[in-house]
Design a protein around this ligand. Sequence first.
Ligand code: PMP
Length: 399
Amino acid sequence: MKALSRHATAIRPSPTLSLNARLNERVRAGERVLNLCVGEPDFAMPEGGRTAALRALAAGVDRYTDVAGLPELRARIQRKLHEENGLDVGPDQIVVSAGAKHALYNAFFVLCEEGDEVIVPAPYWVTYPEQVRAVGATPVIVPTHADTGYKLTAARLEEAVTARTKAVVLNSPGNPTGATYTERELAELAAVVERYDLYVVEDLIYEHFFYEEGTAPSMTAFPALRERTVLVNGVSKSCAMTGWRVGYTVASPAISALVRRIQSQSTSNVAAVAQHAALGALDDVPWRRLAGYRERRDIAHARLTAIDGIACPLPTGAFYLFPEISRLLGGDHGGRPLATADDFCDRLLETTGVGLVPGTAFGAPGHVRITYATDPAVVAEGLERLGAFAREIRRTAVG
Ligand code: PMP
């Protein structure tokens, strides 16, 4: 038979989703699993979202909506952008898609073609490089390190730019490191973006999980970049509505028209009832519920960094810790070698029931990702077991 599509076969499955499936299997088999892999907050979705959805169902919202989303939802997003991001856009600049993931896919589809390069700073969220590949372009991974707070600097960006570079991906607050860029750092990056005529795909899905003063800085602060930025956001994280699949892109009218066009020929509108739910949720000011996350971060970070051999900067956003564990690698646990973060996570799960994501999934070997958005008691016990596990490792590694 003829070969299947190169684009499709080049894509790797989502390691976080498959790991979650593996953990759920263990739970079904009756094992006690402490799942610190999940990428969703543990609070309930806003009541306003649920009532809006029920009301919409009762009213029979059974038909197609506008491809780009209900006019009232886009108007609500418009208001949110004005109030929170200082961004004034027309309704034709917003396209509602099936989650931020779909919004990102549309963005890459519209911006890139074969031969284009997209700069993706690592550690990165697992999906960016795969989506770039899926549209036939090439992800150019630029590693960042703890010494720059896992952030891309203007100098590193400039070094990575070639004649083929089309766009750069920014995710602040970021998954998996929880790093957030300052306005000054963004201004420096913005200057490079302008100088080399690039686009920015800015993923703001964690914007409300921000633990510094004020609001999370974003490229939206720079009017000169508005034409070249595709902003991606949604209700999955801030409203704890991961299952509803409502995200959106905000871009120039020209880019948005193409996003709408590709969506009109692929998925059409997001489920009408989900759009009503998002509208109700946005009106319920859900981010007040995020207040406890800073404290959770502090507690989890203190517990984690008390473990000998583990180093982790204090994240300023999102709800993950992304420690370096290289000092715990190279030795063995119970006679079995621990060479990589993957070995570490496999063995940890097998012997303690604690599930973490190995950093390899995010382009950062020697690290693991820990979520603190789940039940604080589970996080506390998980970190305690992690500490005991670390103490059992017979280290042959240096340091
Ligand atoms: N961007 C980042 C950085 C994420 O971590 C996630 C979810 N893990 C998404 C986008 C996807 O969000 P959604 O559920 O809205 O597709």
